[in-house]
Design a protein around this ligand. Structure first.
Ligand code: ZN
Ligand code: ZN
Ligand code: FE
Length: 764
């Protein structure tokens, strides 16, 4: 007897070859009917006998395509319709199930099968820079609307040739319903041009040759990649790298490298097994790896760093360029110093005209801006530092459920935004620092995209407590545009803790240790060395680092020497001026810290790192936030470091005294202890402070779960030491993994807090 079932599959099931997979299974089982994408996921309509249907349902969840993840399967019986065959039918686009929008997959690095095809001279896609299949290629970055179908991507403008169409329609072909299918006859065209009005741009193979020639000659090439432009140059040539630094006006911040394969990565860096997995994962992030001594890259690639940021090729174009070069390339974001990465030809020519010598472009538009992701392995686990290409827009746990859609706009630096609905959340790709008009435009674009792809208009907006953050102002703008009645301000460090809690799905109170750069506190001071007890929508401050004046406010982050003066004076010591600091600057800072009326005060551990880095002569001025702390971590020897006394005054709330640490650092240096030893002692002192603070809070509250977060915990030495010491004392320790511990994770935390606030109000 013929029976019919309607099967609704939810999860990551679009853009990952799920319909072709269903088609193959159904055909193999002898079933008839159809499969289609719809706004809620994938709907399968099948007919057959009971045994065939059971077999099909069993297999459906058994071996789904590698990149799919099935969240839920609903099955309903229906009246048979006597279908004749099994077909993939056009998508359902009705808005009726918009609240059940399926997650869109992230961009996927070129798969091995496609890469090998590209190397076969007889293949019709030999050296085709836009080769893709159902298992690889762009996704998020080309999507204009949902559901994910070719016509709603920037590939929609390319009409398939007869041969591509045949593959697309053939259930036996691995490009069956590959929405990004293309070939040299019908796909995008690669072009190499010397700027916006090059009269004779080179096409196809000639463009690739020109690219390799320019790179070999030490020139800078702008390459249009998946989610934005890259700037590339020969990483083994000091002249080339120095030229790129000068033109990009980037003093010291390390450049990322792209290498052709794992063997090259291993030649430059030590690659552990989990690091290899991360390098080769479909997300293909930049992985921070320990550099080998004598690694053959130019000194300017990553001055005074013990690590190198390395990634493997993520697109066919990258593979072709790297194969031709056979040496590591610097592959850095195509932008002017603090602006967002450029995504279209016109802005590339305008913004990078005096940076790049050659532009390698094509006619497949980038719809969604998406920088490279950055990640590292700490203590065997992946820690995402910048979440973008390859990860966004994969959903993350919200840690609480909300029936009302929430938008959270993130912080001021390393901005990302978050849309939360139900029990999961979508984080936008990294937007960046909102220091200029261009990045604020990028923030607006990211918000529009996120709302459109989420398919649910937010009814509550969460933002940082700081009224002057660009993101906070945008939150209020959006609230009035969308007529949203409710905005929820969330304290910066509470949001950091909440993000970690959300990711781990922890319920109930948690001790949050937030060591951070800067965030506005509820008392108007600049917080950043915080022990919080957080629970849902509320938190209390149980301890913090004692305040010191912050001369020059936020700008102090670029002048570690000025924070050193503040800490010395607060510790009752004399400050001596480093030779590199101008006398008039020194005098101004001296005045500010000795008569600190109107000067902001801070409890920031990030700034304490800056101060100690300057006291040890490791770094007096930094060209990017965190440079001094990174340098201090790089020199620190914690091997047999003895901790200084971490004095906590008061019960709960307590105050931790940085003065004792600063005095010990100064004394030890005067006594001739090495920079490495003192830096090591400083790290283990902070570890002890974490343990002492958490123990005091546990004694007072009974809470024994700790979230370690905030930008300072990008420091692997400190993170591992604190985690191990807490674990040894019986604490359960939560650490951010797939969501950054820096301000890139704030939006998730804001959404989590807002969702709790909504629930608590509903109960009140
Ligand atoms: Zn492929
Ligand atoms: Zn074609
Ligand atoms: Fe922060």
């Amino acid at each position: 007897m013929v029976e019919r079932r309607l099967i609704a599959v939810q999860g990551v099931v679009q853009g990952v070859g799920f319909r072709p997979y269903v088609h193959r299974l159904a055909a193999a089982a002898g079933l008839v009917g159809s499969v289609r994408n719809d706004p809620g996921g994938v709907t399968i309509d099948v007919e057959g006998n009971a045994r065939q249907l059971d077999d099909f349902l069993h297999r459906l969840t058994l071996q789904p395509p590698a990149l799919a993840s099935i969240a839920r399967v609903d099955i309903a019986p229906a009246a048979p319709r006597a279908y004749h065959a099994f077909r993939i039918v056009p998508s359902e686009t009705s808005a009726e199930r918009a609240d059940l929008q399926p997650p869109l997959p992230a961009d996927i690095a070129t798969c091995e099968t496609c890469r090998l095809e590209m190397l076969e001279p007889a293949n019709r896609r030999f050296r085709h820079p836009f080769i893709t299949c159902t298992e690889c290629g762009p996704r998020l970055t080309i999507v204009r609307g949902m559901p994910y179908d070719r016509e709603r991507t920037t590939m929609g403008a390319f009409e398939m040739c007869a041969e591509c169409r045949r593959e697309y329609q053939n259930p036996a072909d691995r490009r069956f319903h590959a929405e990004t299918i293309a070939c040299p006859a019908c796909g995008p065209t690669l072009e190499a041009a010397h700027g916006g009005n090059d009269p004779a741009p080179l096409l196809h193979g000639a463009a690739l040759e020109a690219t390799a020639d320019a790179l070999r000659a030490g020139l800078v090439v702008a390459i249009k990649a998946l989610g934005g432009f890259h700037l590339a140059c020969d990483a083994t040539s000091e002249t080339a790298v120095a030229r790129l630094r000068a033109r990009k006006r980037r003093a010291a911040k390390p450049f990322a490298l792209m290498v052709r394969d794992l063997a090259t990565a291993r030649a430059l860096c030590v690659v552990s097994e989990p690091e290899r997995e991360l390098l080769e994962s479909v997300a293909r992030p930049i992985v921070l790896l320990q550099r080998r001594t004598g690694a053959s890259v130019a000194p300017s690639v990553a001055p005074s760093q013990h690590t190198l940021g390395v990634m493997l090729p993520s697109t066919p174009l990258h593979h072709l360029v790297l194969d031709a070069m056979d040496r590591p390339l610097v592959m850095t974001s195509g932008n002017r110093s603090d602006e967002p990465v450029v995504i279209d030809e016109a802005s590339a020519f305008a913004a990078l005209g005096d940076v790049a010598d050659l532009f390698v472009v094509h006619d497949r538009p980038i719809q969604v801006r998406c920088d490279d992701s950055v990640a590292r392995v700490v203590a065997g686990d992946v820690r995402v530092i910048r979440r973008a290409r390859g990860y966004a827009p994969r959903t993350v746990a919200l840690g609480v459920s909300t029936r009302i859609p929430v938008l959270a706009v993130g912080g001021h630096l390393k901005n990302t935004i978050c849309h939360a609905h139900g029990s999961s959340a979508t984080l936008s790709p990294h937007v960046g620092d909102l220091e200029n008009w261009e990045s604020r435009l990028a923030l607006r674009a990211a918000i529009d995209t996120t709302i459109r792809l989420a398919g649910a208009t937010p009814e509550v907006i969460a933002h940082d407590l700081h009224p002057d953050y660009a993101s906070t102002r945008v939150a209020h703008e959006i609230a009035s545009e969308l007529d949203i009645q409710r905005t929820v301000p969330v304290q910066h460090h509470h949001a950091h803790v909440a993000a970690c809690v959300a990711e781990h799905g922890h319920a109930g109170p948690v001790i949050g240790v937030v060591f951070d750069g800067a965030g506005l506190g509820t008392d108007g001071a600049v917080w950043g060395g915080e022990f919080l007890l957080a629970n849902g929508a509320s938190f209390s401050r149980c301890g913090h680092l004692a305040y010191v004046p912050l001369p020059g406010g936020d700008a102090a982050a670029r002048r570690p020497w000025s924070v050193a003066v503040a800490h010395l004076v607060s510790a009752g010591l004399e400050a001596t001026r480093p030779d590199s600091v101008a006398e008039r600057h020194w005098d101004v800072v001296q005045q500010l810290v000795t008569r600190p009326r109107g000067v902001p005060r801070t409890s920031s551990v990030g700034r304490l790192f800056d101060a100690v880095a300057s006291l040890l002569g490791v770094c007096h001025e930094s060209s990017f936030e965190g440079e001094a702390a990174m340098a201090l971590e790089a020199v620190a020897d914690v091997g047999n470091a003895r901790a200084y006394r971490a004095t906590l005054t008061g019960d709960v709330p307590f105050v931790a005294d940085p003065g004792a640490i600063v005095r010990a650092v100064v004394e030890d240096r005067a006594r001739g202890r090495s920079v490495a030893e003192v830096a090591g002692a400083f790290h283990v002192t902070l570890r002890d402070m974490v343990v002492a603070g958490c123990s005091r809070i546990r004694d007072a509250s009974g809470v024994a779960t700790v979230a370690l977060t905030g930008g300072v915990f990008m420091n692997a030495l400190l993170l591992e030491a604190a985690r191990d010491a807490l674990t040894a004392r019986g604490f359960r320790v939560l650490i951010p993994g797939m969501v950054p511990c820096n301000d890139g994770g704030l939006a998730l935390g804001q959404a989590h807090v807002a969702a709790h606030a909504i629930r608590e109000d509903a109960c009140a």
